[in-house]
Design a protein around this ligand. Structure first.
Ligand code: TNX
Length: 538
């Protein structure tokens, strides 16, 4: 019999309150965090006795899952003060089953089985690649998956079964007895960070990755260029970063990533099974590039650096040989530095070009991406162009017509859903929010949660949706605190929309589970927004 998670939650709540009424005669103490899992797994059954982790606990894991085992040991150390040893014969076991993924898409060119670097697997193979099972009982803890990525996702779940913080002096923690069978609904579960409007350092980006990976986000979409800044070094074009990288919104010093910096971010993300999708936004949003290289504009004039927040005023002089060389250099560099399967070419909000010019540019950029063995991603507007097989279109415009996105689907393309009125983490929560914009309306945590990606557009169901992404534009966000205040708690809401089956989701249940994360964020120093719809403890 298969239980829906919400049914199980209701039964557990009933059982717990029955236990409370029975006078406690031998009834096990209610587990500390029975409903704190975000995103909610596909199936959760709390049952039987749990398991106590202490200083002598040993974690056993195959070599491919050493990273996951290390993350688990660190999470345990956070609450008990001591990391479990990783070795043979442990009561906590991470196991690769070596079987086939359940329900994956065919992916010629890769053989199934355990032990592969699972970063691209999840994006190219479909959500089954990330499936796992987690059991906690009196004998121990077992996580099973066919791939290392599944073990890592299972360890993230396990981390949420631990209390937020250790009790002073307690060297042990008891996890509830539970059996979880889980896999994501969508393959692409993204967080976009705009490092162009305000620059964020490698360490700041890594911290964001750590925070979002806990919610099983698997794509870090880095918005690496815009009018206000060019943030990635491109071999042979030093002026792009020297001039284009030297400022940001408000006139601060800006910054950029060297090849080494970028590789460090990619490696850090991959260790957490998060794939970096780099975006160079073209053919609009390019003032920083035009400030660096006047040959990219039709009038041949160098632009002044731009530190304001207007949009739509810049464009490459498409069709010029200098622009084509630039395009080839930039896409070549992105492909060289990026192990993941997708390169994002931007394509949003271009008002200076004719439709023909725009479409021609998008088609040329796609051709270059495909020639590098990659797939292209682009904002919704690219859907009007002829799309290559595998090109992903990112829906965002909740004002105006979705015609471009529908056109992408008519061509057989898939969508990543980032409706601004639901997923834009840069919108204000409400009238009083000290940061953020308001053009797409206020976005409270209920708005970020209470929608369905497969019910937004006519003719766009589960089969047309590759995934969901929450963009964090940074016109108004200058510091890590600003980022975190905007992302939490909305990012976890979007992460659950992307992961959890529709039938298992309801806002009240989510809010009750989410409340448990307040103390976690406080312990991590995350400055989160205390949304009024959530009963935050303390
Ligand atoms: C629209 S969404 C933009 C960005 C802005 C954002 C602010 C999209 C593809 N373009 O350039 O930063 O709104 O909310």
């Amino acid at each position: 019999m298969r239980w829906s998670a919400s049914l199980v939650a209701a039964l557990v709540a009933a059982a717990l309150s029955a236990g409370a009424c029975s006078g406690g005669g031998g009834a096990p103490a209610p587990p500390e965090t029975p409903h704190g899992l975000v995103p909610l797994p596909a199936e959760v059954v709390y049952r039987g006795a749990g398991f106590t982790i202490g200083g002598d606990t040993v974690i056993t894991a195959p070599p491919e899952a050493e990273g996951a085992a290390g993350h688990l040991a660190a999470a345990v150390r956070e609450v008990t003060g001591r990391a479990p040893r990783i070795g043979e014969g442990g009561a906590v076991r991470l196991e690769l089953t070596g079987g086939r993924d359940s329900g994956t898409e065919a992916d010629p060119g890769r053989s199934p089985g355990a032990g592969q670097d699972a970063g691209p697997d999840a994006l190219l193979r479909g959500p089954g690649a990330e499936a796992y099972e987690l059991t906690v009982d009196a004998a121990g803890i077992r996580v099973r998956a066919s791939r290392p990525v599944g073990l890592f996702r299972g360890v993230q779940t396990l981390g949420q079964l631990l209390p937020a913080t250790g009790r002073a002096g307690a060297a042990e923690v008891t996890l509830p007895g539970v059996r979880i069978t889980d896999r994501p609904r969508f393959a692409w579960r993204g967080a976009m960070l705009d490092v162009a409007r305000h620059f964020f350092t490698v360490d700041e980006v890594k911290r964001y990755v750590d925070l979002v990976a806990a919610y099983k986000i698997n794509v870090l979409h880095l918005h690496l260029s815009d009018d206000q800044g060019w943030r990635l070094a491109v071999a042979g074009r030093p002026e792009l970063t020297r001039i284009g990288g030297a400022t940001e919104v408000g006139g601060g010093p800006g910054g950029f990533y060297t090849e080494e910096d970028y590789r460090e971010i990619v490696a850090h993300a991959r260790e957490r099974f998060v794939e970096v999708v780099p975006e160079i936004d073209m053919p609009g949003h390019v003032n920083a590039a035009l400030a660096a290289d006047p040959a990219l504009s039709c009038d041949g004039r160098r632009r002044e650096p731009y530190t304001g927040t207007d949009i739509g005023f810049s464009a490459l002089c498409v069709g010029r040989p200098a622009v084509d060389r630039f395009l080839a250099d930039v896409i070549g560099e992105l492909a060289r530095l990026t192990p993941g399967p997708y390169l994002h070419i931007g394509g949003d909000e271009v008002s200076r070009l004719t439709r023909e010019q725009f479409d021609g540019f998008v088609e040329r950029a796609q051709e270059l991406v495909v020639a590098q063995g990659k797939r292209a991603a682009g904002w919704q507007e690219i859907g009007g162009a002829r799309l290559a097989p595998g090109t992903v279109t990112q829906y965002w415009r909740t004002r105006g017509t979705p015609e471009d996105a529908l056109n992408a689907v008519r061509q057989g393309g898939k969508l990543v859903m980032s409706p601004a009125s639901r997923t834009y983490l840069d919108m204000k929560y409400d009238e009083g929010t000290r940061l953020g914009l308001r053009w797409a309306g206020f976005v409270e945590v209920e708005d970020a949660y209470d929608w369905d990606p497969a019910e937004m557009l006519p003719g766009v169901g589960d089969g047309q949706v590759l995934g969901v992404e929450a963009p964090l534009w940074t016109e108004t966000a200058e510091t890590v605190d600003d980022l975190e205040y905007l992302a939490f708690p909305r990012l976890p809401a979007v992460a659950e929309v992307a992961w959890t089956p529709r039938s298992a989701r309801d806002f009240d249940g989510f809010a009750a589970r989410l409340a448990r994360h307040g103390p976690r964020w406080t312990a991590l120093g995350v400055d989160f927004h205390r949304s009024a719809a959530v009963a935050w403890p303390g």
